[in-house]
Write a protein that binds this ligand. Structure first.
Ligand SMILES: NC(=O)c1ccc[n+]([C@@H]2O[C@H](COP(=O)([O-])OP(=O)(O)OC[C@H]3O[C@@H](n4cnc5c(N)ncnc54)[C@H](OP(=O)(O)O)[C@@H]3O)[C@@H](O)[C@H]2O)c1
Length: 260
C-alpha cells in the first residue's frame, strides 16, 4: 500500500503542533512545515519515535515569494504523496489599526491568505486524483464578524471562511473535502498566555487548549464537516452571526474588543 502524508504548516508550536501530534496518534505520516529553527526537527524526531510514523520537515518562511511553490516542489522531489493539507500557519495582532506598520500587515496578509491559497492551488490537482483527500484551513471566531481592534486579522480569517466555503462547493463532486475550523481563543504561545492570564477568570473560561482544538478539528474534518465550531463560544457566535442584525452584532463585538 502507498504511504500518504498529512502536511501541516506552522507545526512547530501552538495549534499546528497539537494537530501534528493528533495526526501522529492516529497513525498518519507527517510533513511538518514552519519557520527555520530547532523546534521542527525536535518535533519530527519525537513524533517518529513515539508514534512510529514517517515524519519529515521543511523549514521555510511562507511569506516569502515562491514559498508555497517550494513546499510543493520539495514534496514532489522526495516522492511524498499528500492526502491531507492543513493550512494552519497564521499570525494576528490586537489594538487600534494604526498601531501596526504597513509591512506588518503585508506579512500577515501574505501568511494568512496568500500562502494558504497558493498551497491549496499547488496541491489541489494531485488531491483530486486520490480516492479521498482533505484540506483543513484555520479560521477563527474572527471569521464570523468584522472586528474593530483586530481589523486585519479578522478580515483575513473572513477571507479564509469565504474561500473554504466556495471551494468546498466547487469540489462537491470530487473526493476532496474542504473544511475550516473556527476555534475561540486558544492558549498557545507565551505572549498570548500572559495576555490571557491578565484577564478576569470569567473570560478565561472561554479559552481552549491546543490538544482539545486539534482533536475536535481532526475528528470533524474526517466526518466531513464544513465549518468546524470547536467550542461553546464558537458555536454561540456562529449562531449570533446568523440571528442578530448587523448593527447589533457590531456594537457588541466593538465593546468586547475595545475592552480586550
Ligand atoms: N491562538 C489562538 O487563540 C487562535 C484562535 C483561533 C485561530 N487561531 C489560528 O490558528 C493558527 C495557529 O495559531 P497559533 O496560535 O497556534 O500560532 P502560534 O502558536 O504563533 O504558531 C504559529 C506557527 O506558525 C509558524 N509560522 C509563523 N510564521 C510563519 C511563516 N512566516 N512561515 C512559516 N511558518 C510560520 C510558527 O513557526 P515558529 O514556531 O517557528 O514561529 C508556528 O509553528 C493560526 O492560523 C491562527 O490564526 C489561533
Amino acid at each position: 500500500m502507498e504511504d500518504y502524508f498529512t502536511l501541516v504548516t506552522g507545526s512547530s508550536s501552538g495549534i499546528g503542533k497539537a494537530i501534528s501530534v493528533e495526526c501522529a496518534k492516529r497513525g498518519m505520516n507527517l510533513l511538518l512545515v514552519a519557520l527555520p529553527g530547532e523546534k521542527l526537527e525536535e518535533q519530527a524526531a519525537e513524533l517518529k519515535s513515539k508514534y512510529k510514523v514517517k515524519t519529515y520537515y521543511y523549514h521555510i518562511d511562507l511569506t516569502e515569494k515562491d514559498a508555497p511553490k517550494k513546499v510543493y516542489v520539495w514534496t514532489r522531489e522526495n516522492g511524498y504523496k499528500i492526502n491531507m493539507l492543513i493550512n494552519n500557519a497564521g499570525m494576528g495582532a490586537e489594538g487600534p489599526f494604526e498601531r501596526q506598520s504597513a509591512s506588518y500587515y503585508n506579512t500577515m496578509m501574505q501568511l494568512n491568505m496568500v500562502a494558504l491559497v497558493l498551497l491549496t492551488r499547488f496541491f489541489i490537482t494531485d488531491l483530486k486524483k486520490l480516492p479521498k483527500a482533505y484540506i483543513l484551513n484555520l479560521g477563527s471566531i474572527s471569521s464570523y464578524f468584522p472586528m474593530p481592534y483586530k481589523i486585519v486579522y479578522a478580515a483575513t480569517k473572513r477571507f479564509v471562511l469565504s474561500f473554504t466555503r466556495a471551494l468546498r462547493e466547487e469540489l462537491r463532486n470530487t473526493p476532496v473535502k474542504v473544511s475550516i475550523t473556527c476555534p475561540g481563543p486558544v492558549f498557545t504561545n507565551s505572549k498570548l498566555i500572559k495576555l490571557l492570564r491578565s484577564k478576569n477568570r470569567f473570560i478565561q473560561l472561554f479559552y481552549n487548549y491546543p490538544p482539545f482544538v486539534a482533536r475536535y478539528s481532526i475528528k470533524a474534518l474526517l466526518k466531513g464537516k464544513t465549518v468546524i465550531r470547536t467550542d461553546l463560544l464558537s458555536k454561540v457566535l456562529y449562531l449570533t452571526e446568523k440571528i442578530f442584525p448587523q448593527y447589533f452584532k457590531q456594537k457588541i463585538i466593538t465593546r468586547i474588543y475595545r475592552k480586550f
